[in-house]
Ligand binder design. Sequence first.
Ligand code: NAP
Length: 313
Amino acid sequence: MNNTPLHDLIIIGGGPGGLTAGIYAKRAALDALLVEKGVAGGQLNNTEIVENWPGTEKITGAALAEQMAAHAASYGLPTLNTGVRELEPGIDHHTVRLENGEELRSHAVILATGGSPRKLGIPGEDAYYGRGVSYCAVCDGFFFRDKTVVVVGGGDSALEESLYLAKITKKVYIVHRRDAFRAGMILQKRAQAEPRIEIVWNTVVSAITAGAEGVNGVRLRNTVSNEERELATDGVFIFIGFVPNNTLVPAGTRKNADGFVVTDHKCETSIPGIFAIGDLREKYVKQIVTAAADGCIAAQAAAHYVENRKNSG
Ligand code: NAP
């Protein structure tokens, strides 16, 4: 006989998706619990300015994270600050094993673990991480005041972070492997109009070099001519997309080829009662607003799931 309480819902991950799920779960009177190993807000904390959260023209990522966490807390959402080791699906309930050895039981679970920066996998990338190689301009940009940096990537993140770095540094080279950006038009126009930004098209970084002071250059290869050259730089910021944080996703759960969890329109995975939201889920647009929308949908669906189980059992 297991005496640990059986929760209605456990939400794993406290980014915009998880916090919104918490708000909707509490409004639906669920016995819900949020587990977050770091600071609430997730990737918002690495975002300087948010300009596309409806109703708020401009807000720092950290401030929006704080507001969301305070909003969830105002509903009395209990939060455990610890990592999760394992999620074991079950017929009667799902089991969440925490890193501190504690075991939690729940009817429904929402996975909101987000994603992590994708790596280039080139020489020097791991060796000089923290000594000139970075995946977060808001965190590390300050160290490159009046210096030269290389940004790798052509998506929204690469351009947004380049614009941020252009305010601090002397020069930003955006190195992109194609001759067109993937980023939205507004960011493209802003980046192209910024005098401190120079775009290096059709080029990949094949190695990062360093001296005693840290990173001092990159080796570039033109993807059209195959020509190679060196470029002096003090830092390399890599923004080439995200990989899903899917280690807690139970074996057998449906995922796409890139490891993102495939869900139905209710954000439910192929395992009943386990939901996946935000950047962990396969979807067309990954935004704060769509992560929050997922949180709403999954919490509502979880409420129905829990109610049906209680009524049938
Ligand atoms: P992304 O949209 O997937 O873009 C990744 C970029 O990196 C692409 O330009 C890609 O090149 C390039 N890339 C990928 N692998 C590479 C490699 N091995 N070597 C060199 N270049 C490589 O990723 P993201 O910019 O991080 O954005 C992720 C999601 O968040 C997107 O949906 C984005 O819209 C959203 N986001 C939105 C905002 C905003 O609206 N303000 C801000 C940040 C992020 P190719 O283009 O050639 O594939």
